[in-house]
Ligand binder design. Sequence first.
Ligand code: NAI
Ligand code: COI
Length: 326
Amino acid sequence: MAETIAVIPGDGIGQEVIPAAIDVLETLDVDFEFVEGEAGDDVLDSRGEALPEATYELAAGADATLFGAAGETAADVILPLREAVGSFANIRPARAYPGVDSLQPETDLVFVRENTEGVYSGIEHEIADGVTTLTRVITDEASRKIAEYGFEYAEANGYDDVTVAHKANVMRTTDGQFLESVESVAEAGGHGYDEALMDALAMHLLLRPEEYGVVICPNLAGDVLSDLAAGLVGGLGLLPSANVGEDNALFEPVHGSAPDIAGEGIANPAATVFSAAMLLEHLGYGGAADRVRGAVEAVLEGGPRTPDLGGEASTDEVTAAIVDRL
Ligand SMILES: NC(=O)C1=CN([C@@H]2O[C@H](COP(=O)(O)OP(=O)(O)OC[C@H]3O[C@@H](n4cnc5c(N)ncnc54)[C@H](O)[C@@H]3O)[C@@H](O)[C@H]2O)C=CC1
Ligand SMILES: CC(C)CC(=O)C(=O)O
């Protein structure tokens, strides 16, 4: 029976890069039924809610979801969608590719980001005029879960270096808990790791990314550090991600709706096609995932390339070249 893939393009370049990824998936020998869901800024305007219940249920009930990007409504769309698929881990690989002009060609990093709490818990208040608060939630349960996932990911994928990002010198209770939980998981499993203050880590990643592999992070740190790593390897057009849950998962490029280029047909589809490869891998199509990654890498190396990578090609031309390689 065909597997159901929920497809949610969203706003801006989401509407351009998702069709590219579907074109690629449709050239493969896999039996997927694509079911499209609506979400994002335009849906808020037309329907009064950025994430209709039907789209939430579509993602919750699908075998996997492919998401593009949302614009101003992103927090109202992607955070509940991550919850819909029960995701606790956000996996963000940032690699340099031959042929792509990158600041640091030795970069091969994977951010394993806690995906449910931290400052993304949505507990914000204005307690008096001009006085606002945000509650940062860090629990032992979620911290242990992300640590277990991160150590297992590193082992399964051949990364020797695991670094835990934190700011426990300031957020002593919350990041103190995060560190304590990671440490107990590491001790129980016999895993080695280094810990790093996230501000200094940002500088070290910039100067010496080759000394790092898997980086286990609280939610916000993972979001920020992975965008920094995108800058090391050629930009946001290259970074895919997987939001992994126990029985379900959602795949999306790390980038947003890119209003500065939306509608021009020049968005780099690589991040979304790489995300589709992660989806294939997740559903057990490892061979197809390798073929897709190989085709994208060949096009990154030989061209055509979109303007973000110094080329002049359109999204459609790059997608056609990827499909040709397949
Ligand atoms: N997961 C999501 O849906 C996310 C949504 N957003 C939303 O996206 C909107 C724009 O946010 P920004 O901070 O500008 O981040 P952005 O990721 O949309 O764009 C940042 C820069 O990277 C470039 N870029 C991004 N993806 C690209 C691609 N595939 N090809 C070529 N260039 C690409 C853009 O042109 C822009 O110059 C905001 O409304 C924000 O809320 C931002 C991040 C994540
Ligand atoms: C709510 C999102 C827009 C935040 C973000 O950039 C992300 O988690 O990917």
